[in-house]
Design a protein around this ligand. Structure first.
Ligand code: SAM
Length: 249
């Protein structure tokens, strides 16, 4: 079977089809509203969307009135689509660890929706993001969390590890502290993730013929394996979701 990389342009296009928008995170707009629920809306503040993908979240945040948004992502092809779809957002191509070199301003809010799990160098990423954050800036980290069993029983599809580095509760607190962030709160979203993946798995079936039309039978098989696989790990209590809030110190 040909391996479809879900973080590739093609993978994100298929995800946008089943998620009904340019989103590649659990819970789509409901999740964005949840992440930003307690964040004051200030037209003059700057927010950084890290691992912004196709830019749907960045534009939703901008339209919602939370402030002005810059997105950064290493996938230049996704950013080309983001730029043409969302001219109100600035998009910068590059690695998260290069953010201090690539970005010319500091941010009041730094947020990541389901991108941290993909970073090979999470500690370095947090340190880089601290360097582009204003004093007292807010960090919003929405991602998968290893509930204790995932690292010993990871999800592997076609020989590739899906969700390679979910948040590990024990490690993240120290990493934040060492990189100039203070942990403010951690909210479990395990039940929400379960519900969101039940919905996603059923939308894949509803749109099966369109998926085959876009990417062939192999893409449909791959999407099924990945998202049914994630749902099974959540249902078995190995994997969940969290919203972690931090502050720059
Ligand atoms: C699952 S997608 C999430 C996209 C977006 N946050 C959203 O909610 O739709 C993960 C994104 O992180 C990006 N990414 C992964 N590793 C990265 C890195 N080291 N530096 C910058 N971007 C990265 C990928 O290219 C991809 O667009």
């Amino acid at each position: 079977m040909r391996t479809l990389e879900m973080n590739s342009l093609e993978g994100k296009r298929l995800l946008a089809l089943v998620r009904g928008g340019d989103y590649a995170h659990a819970g789509e707009e409901e999740a964005i509203d949840r992440v930003f629920a307690n964040l004051p809306k200030r037209s003059g503040q700057w927010l950084l969307d890290v691992g912004c993908g196709r830019g749907g979240t960045a534009d939703y945040v901008r339209r919602g009135g939370w402030g002005r948004v810059v997105g950064i992502d290493r996938d230049g092809d996704s950013l080309d689509e983001a730029r043409s779809g969302y001219p109100g957002v600035d998009f910068v191509a590059g690695e998260v660890c290069d953010a201090p070199r690539l970005l010319s301003r500091r941010f009041a809010v730094v947020y990541l929706l389901n991108s941290f799990y993909a970073f090979e160098a999470q500690r370095e990423a947090l340190a880089s993001l601290r360097r582009v954050a204003e004093e007292g800036a807010r960090l919003l980290l929405f991602d998968y969390v290893d509930r204790g069993g995932f690292r010993h029983d990871p999800l592997v599809v076609n020989g590739r590890r899906i969700l390679p580095h979910p948040i590990e509760r024990d490690a993240i607190c120290g990493e934040l502290e060492e990189t100039g962030w203070k942990l403010v709160s951690i909210e479990d979203l395990h039940e929400e993730y379960r519900r969101w993946y039940v919905g996603l798995v059923s939308r894949i079936e509803e749109r099966a013929s369109e998926i085959v039309g876009m990417g062939g039978e192999e893409s449909l098989d791959h999407l099924r394996a990945v998202y049914r696989g994630i749902l099974r790990k959540i249902e078995r209590g190995l994997l969940g979701g969290v919203l972690l809030t931090g502050a720059a110190v």
